[in-house]
Ligand binder design. Sequence first.
Ligand code: C2E
Ligand code: MG
Ligand code: MG
Length: 390
Amino acid sequence: MNESQGFAIGDALLRAIGDRLAATAGPDGLVARTGGDAFAVLLPDLAPEASLSVELFGNRDGSFDEPFVIDGFELDVSAHYGYTRLGAEPRPPGGLLREAEVALHASRFGSPTNGQAYTSDLDRAARGRVELANELREALKNDEFELHFQPKVQLASGRLVAGEALIRWNHPARGFLSPGAFIPVAETSHLIVPIGRWVLDRACKTLRAWQDDGLDIVQIAVNVSVEQLADREFLMDVEEILARHRVPPSSLTLELTESVFADERARLRDQLDALHALGVKLSLDDFGTGYSSLAYLKDYPFDDIKIDRAFVHGLPDDPYSRDIAASVLKIASSIGATVIAEGIERPEQRDALLALGCSMGQGYYFSVPLSEEDFAWLLARRVPLPLKVA
Ligand code: C2E
Ligand code: MG
Ligand code: MG
């Protein structure tokens, strides 16, 4: 609201939300704004079985039943919320707030429907995340990350034309960790910004080394979280890293997930346009798993669309998967994008994709993600994938 309508409207909206919460909380309740867009509400008289959603917002889905009218604008507001019960065991106010905060954090990963109650499991998970964030900070300093590269191939010929860089954490005690084990924490702790910078730097450095060695020129794709994109310095970082390693922008692809659509900040789209203007390629990852984005898709400068492996999985037999794949191909062609199928594990899946008109793909059938050395070996050999075992 601050960005689109200005601070005066944003402030007025915050006051109006505060007033409405205060009216609901009643004379014995207490409402405070604890920061940014967060409020804390103390309801000492609430019956234990009452529905907080209805009590606070008027609607079961966590949206206020009446829109707010500010300066002639009608604004629909919904909220995530976490709560803890006072119960029998006394805790200091700070402890209660912390419990509610832990629950609020967890509520962001679910639907905003019924709020999230505090539990000691959530607490343990929260402490685990803090610990992991500290370890990640050390990992950056100690150079514990590695990039693996998965080939992207032309489906018909098996020719390797690009690689996707995938981060791995060589944890001193726990061995190799896959990104699913630490990227979500990196994203919520903002560590994704320096980690993402490391990934870009290492990918470009590797690309430079391969080109210097006279290996076949390939595109390298790097995954970028929306938190990185939102960082004001991202564009400058990309420019600087490309220039420092003398990598042509068109050799780099940035893969983004549909979460870029969830955030309708105009700045995010400007950022994508600016990256595209730089000559960097943009790819929409895991298509079909996130927000329904068809309405916006045409306004974004994507060069590739990646069909999520969930749909490739059902090929060739499942008619629904086939229809989805066919639809993605149609949509992509109408915006002039190339389709890349992810997670191809069997030759029948490749054949089904080829029959549908999809020409590019990646997956264990062709190759698992490889170390830098193994990927360079493949580049030098120029053999089609999958490799034939003698
Ligand atoms: P993604 O970008 O969709 O990457 C593809 C994932 O699918 C990789 O998992 C890859 O190993 C796996 N995969 C490839 N072929 C197959 C297959 O045939 N079958 C199956 N079942 N899986 C296959 P990985 O490496 O665990 O990465 C998971 C996710 O973590 C990535 O999904 C990406 O979203 C994220 N990620 C990875 N590296 C980075 C990074 O450097 N930065 C950021 N922000 N995210 C990253
Ligand atoms: Mg990806
Ligand atoms: Mg993907």
